[in-house]
Design a protein around this ligand. Sequence first.
Ligand code: PEP
Length: 251
Amino acid sequence: MRKKIIAGNWKMHKTVVEAKTLVGELKKAVGGVIDPVVLVCPPFTALTEVALVLKDSEIQIGGQNMHEADSGAFTGEISAEMLLTSGCSYVILGHSERRALFSETDKLVNTKGRKALDAGLIPIVCVGETLNQREDGVTEKVIEEQISGSLDSFSESDIMKTVIAYEPVWAIGTGKVATPEQAEEIHVFIRKLLAQKYGGETAEEITILYGGSVKSSNAVGLFEKKNIDGALIGGASLKADEFAAIVKAMM
Ligand code: PEP
């Protein structure tokens, strides 16, 4: 059975005090839920305080990014070990905002992914096409390149520990959610790519999340699809009741 995950990407939102309030509310609402895995990815500054609040709950914590080196002169960066020792078990890699605004390439995402796995973090590797790419009919080509580049040289055991998030860029923060059929079509395509490389049985075990304007009002339709194993959620993860409602839609 594939692991189901509902993950919240808080991006650059919430001070430490605000973060503690939000996870306190979430803990009350869904703190005991183990299926799906409930995951929050706060800003780095709030990680340790969030971990303290969530200590006696099932809610997991992730980083939003990390550097590929162990340590060194990389001003403003954070390492896998720093995430781990701040309470993280997951890390988001290659989010479209990192790719577009911070020039992250598939090669870099790949290096970070291997470092995360070596350190014992579960990478959530994001892929997705832009609106222009979709309109030009190259969605599958773009996804194929991102999957093969970002997961290059991942062994079968690496891929079994990896989570993939399909996040069409045109749906992120725009309110334009992909229809369940559009999302399922690409999830099936990603699983087919994984099956080609790792075999059908392994591909069936890999969690593939959808991300892009997921809300409690559209979650059920998405989650009914066979290949959608949960969601990576931006805006709607900043309100405890809304995020908890999405978690419950997956239960
Ligand atoms: C995201 O940033 O990963 C995301 C899916 O954002 P939103 O839910 O706000 O579209």
